[in-house]
Design a protein around this ligand. Sequence first.
Ligand SMILES: *Cc1c(COP(=O)(O)O)cnc(C)c1O
Length: 351
Amino acid sequence: MPAPRTPIDLRSDTVTRPAPAMRRAMAEAEVGDDQYGEDPSVNALQDRVAALLGKEAALFVPTGTMANQIALKVLTQPGDEVILGAESHVAWHEVGSAAVHSGIQFSVVGQGGLFKAADVAGAFKPRGHIVYPPTTLVVIENTHNRGGGVVFPQADAVAICEQARERGMKTYLDGARLWNAALASGASLHELAAPFDLVGVALSKGLGCPVGSLIAGPAEVIARAHRQRRMFGGAMRQAGIVAAAGLYALDHNLDRLAEDHANARAFAEAVARLPQVDIDLSTVQTNIVIFHLRPGAPDAATVLAEARSRGVLLTPFGPRTLRATTHLDVSAQDCRRAGEIMAELAVAWPH
Ligand SMILES: *Cc1c(COP(=O)(O)O)cnc(C)c1O
């Protein structure tokens, strides 16, 4: 068993460092100039992810944000409106870029990142109206980061995409953590991706790669995405060096996500026992734990600093809200210890 890492870094599943075997796969990757379509490792990764998601084609891009931004760009026109769930990554964590790159506005529906087909029907605005912005795209995030890693119920996703299609809207799945959603729900990646026009997935979260995301969809749309990737400055050359990490991760790091889910559950149950904490354990379905400090307890900044002083790193998600995320660089023992440290700290908190 690897020695416990200090600190126990639960800030994000992006903090992982590539393991020696992944680095070896990267060092030995066959590469070529991807701008000429000649990087065999990139081509293999794109083909493999397209097949996993049941789509015609896929495109390798540097980040999940670029995947999302390209998707918004190719599926909308400036002045369009996009329906999405509360606290979506594209609305909260992408520095307002959708307004800059695509000139679109958001219509936020539902709660905790989840919504229903009826919400889409209620928010939809038709094309050609004298005052309305035309609603042309629906975005679903699965799993939902700020919603606590919840899995988007697939029956709702299917009904939403059907509703969207009937009204002439496109659909995009921000599946940065779709791997986690598949594992937690027992549905295949193929099944989760099927209702959507375009799907984004990330390699740099639970899969433990240093870099990389992909978008997948019909060949014609991916061809337009290809042009946008160049426009966004995300077209790379011997990117097989990093694509090889993705291929390695698909072979070795998919099934082990179950450990991350079990570790998140153990940490969540530990903080749920603290009288100063509110947590909805029903949202702890994958590798993310979001919890709230009750009125009277110290605030998020104070608890963050106290936890840091004891070697546990968390992320602030609001004045009284914290997030912990498990990943392949924290063990079951680390997560148990992190829970114990929170309990030791809480002894001194008023409640
Ligand atoms: C992390 C994340 C992204 C993309 O993030 P990058 O840091 O740009 O790779 C997109 N969507 C969701 C839901 C995410 O959690």
